[in-house]
Design a protein around this ligand. Sequence first.
Ligand code: ATP
Ligand code: GNG
Length: 233
Amino acid sequence: MAVIVLAGTIGAGKSSLTEMLVKELGTTAFYESVEDNEVLPLFYSDPKKYAFLLQIYFLNRRFATIKKALAHQNNVLDRSIYEDSLLFHLNADLGRASEIEVGVYDELLDNMLEELEYSSFKKRPDLMIHIKVSFETMLARIKKRNRSYEQIEFDPTLYDYYKELNRRYEIWFDEFDVCPKLEIDGDRYDFIDDDEAAEEVLNQIKTKLAELGKLEEEPNYQTTNDVAKGILN
Ligand SMILES: Nc1ncnc2c1ncn2[C@@H]1O[C@H](COP(=O)(O)OP(=O)(O)OP(=O)(O)O)[C@@H](O)[C@H]1O
Ligand SMILES: Nc1nc(=O)c2ncn([C@H]3C[C@H](O)[C@@H](CO)O3)c2[nH]1
């Protein structure tokens, strides 16, 4: 069984790579709640009012997703529960959550992580993949995807928010030690429009999975270096 989680800043390419990866590996995708998320547009229109509510919403949805995902043999999760705290604390540092809210949230998150770690699930991800992008690429991708409430034209303060978020993500990933990890260069590889880049990225992931013993022999799957062949075990 392999649980793969994709991490990265806003617009890094997590949903896109999730889709590619599940096709390649024949596994199941679990996407973050965006289109059906009624709190997200509220948060962007009034972050101070809705930061805490959005965070509780995401935490609840992520926990439910993890429970569902762990019922499957192999799966890919678009964004991990380990990033929630990073996003919330950035908002808290910007004065969008009170001290009490921060305390309640941190305790709730700890409780949920403990539940994943020690109770019936007993499961950490098998691989964390971080898509690293520069701030310039982050801005370009947010623009390209064009969700109205995420646009800097909609709220110019988002420029500093995005810049700080991207900076914190790099530190967060360097320090992340919950499970094996891999970084993909999202600036270098346009895995959306360039087939060779897509193949290269998939090969990097499959090679890492093979190193971890999470790919098994299967002739339909091949990497260019021939190290990793197979489906997730
Ligand atoms: N490597 C890439 N090269 C070029 N374009 C990309 C790449 N990755 C993603 N994109 C494009 O960038 C935009 C954002 O990608 P995507 O929605 O996958 O990001 P995300 O990390 O899931 O974002 P969010 O966390 O905000 O939901 C999309 O328009 C997508 O087509
Ligand atoms: N504040 C905040 N906390 C989270 O835990 C969180 N998770 C995702 N998001 C925002 C980023 C994208 O706009 C959009 C899709 O990723 O949702 C979050 N925002």
